[in-house]
Design a protein around this ligand. Structure first.
Ligand SMILES: NC(=O)c1ccc[n+]([C@@H]2O[C@H](COP(=O)([O-])OP(=O)(O)OC[C@H]3O[C@@H](n4cnc5c(N)ncnc54)[C@H](OP(=O)(O)O)[C@@H]3O)[C@@H](O)[C@H]2O)c1
Length: 276
């Protein structure tokens, strides 16, 4: 039995699908299991990662755990997992986790989560993927309003990765031997600028989308409407100061899954309906 946290999210839902397709029993954690769509071989359970005691029943009888980062009660949750007999944890971390920069709120929570997992004594694998292709869903309101897509950090090239591929790597690390103590860095097959992603999405959707670079001050104002200031600062540190380089294409997806990472065009085709 493998417990998957974040099971309704971009990556977690794909981890659930990959494990279930391989015939591995899955317990999928969400804050509200009554809203989950039933799936063959998947048991949905309710639990809140910010209240570890609410997750404890889900860990009963589990031998594997796919874990999201950033929750303050992780040490307690991991102690419960160890007591329950979990012998493998795959942590979804991030590219900056190894930077050692505790002044960056995102790097800090990723690094703290990795430390909690290391200190738990449970054999672990860390995933430090590049930025997700699914971040493109943030453009949906603009696409509903018209054909202009204004995007922050326009000059930054990122080897964006399909959450499907991050999940495929996670599923292998959860079920195959040989991943213990390893850090996998899944990326997409090529580094793209925002303008490239808009052009590819336009071609997939058959729309005349126009890219505009959003000035930093406007991007900052807009991000502050929905995002705590320390995370806005963290993104500016990554992409304006340039402390995080996500342009490097790495072989992790090919090496772990035996097939190449999906392209942004494949991701856009698979999710075209979401932009309708
Ligand atoms: N976006 C990127 O480019 C990127 C890059 C590297 C790493 N990451 C990391 O990857 C993580 C997952 O990303 P994603 O895109 O798959 O996530 P997502 O689509 O935003 O989904 C978030 C998931 O977290 C669950 N969740 C939220 N709060 C919870 C809580 N208190 N207790 C239990 N579950 C909770 C949600 O489940 P319910 O709502 O059903 O409870 C949902 O399944 C991110 O949080 C980030 O730390 C992201």
């Amino acid at each position: 039995m493998i417990v998957v946290t974040g099971s309704t999210g971009n990556v977690g839902a794909e981890v659930v699908r990959a494990l279930a397709a391989a015939g591995t029993p899955v317990r999928a954690l969400t804050r509200d299991a009554s809203r989950a769509e039933p799936q063959q071989g998947v048991e949905y359970v309710s639990g809140d990662l910010s209240r570890p005691e609410s997750v404890r029943p889900a860990l009963d009888g589990a031998h594997g755990l796919f874990l999201l980062p950033g929750y303050p009660g992780l040490p307690e949750l991991l102690a419960d997992a160890r007591r329950a007999g979990v012998e493998r944890v795959v942590l979804l971390s991030g590219g900056s986790a190894g930077s050692g920069d505790t002044g960056n709120a995102i790097s800090r929570y990723m690094a703290e989560s990795e430390r909690a997992v290391r200190e738990s004594g449970i054999p672990w694998t860390f995933l430090r993927p590049s930025a997700f292709m699914s971040n493109t869903f943030q453009w949906i309101p603009q696409l509903r309003a018209g054909n202009v897509v204004r995007v922050p950090f326009a000059d930054v090239r990122m080897a964006v990765v399909d959450p499907h591929d991050v999940a495929a790597v996670a599923a292998r690390a959860l079920t195959d031997d040989g991943h213990e103590g390893r850090v996998h860095q899944p990326t997409g097959p090529v580094a793209l600028r925002a303008a490239d992603r808009v052009r590819i999405l336009a071609s997939v959707l058959g729309r005349d989308l126009r890219f505009e670079a959003q000035p930093d001050d406007e991007a900052r104002r807009e991000m502050l409407e929905t995002t705590p200031v320390e995370y806005v600062d963290a993104f500016f540190d990554f992409y304006v100061t340039g402390t995080l380089d996500e342009s490097v294409v790495r072989p992790a997806v090919q090496d772990v899954t035996g097939r190449p990472p999906r392209t942004f065009e494949q991701w856009a085709r698979a999710h075209a309906a979401a932009f309708g």
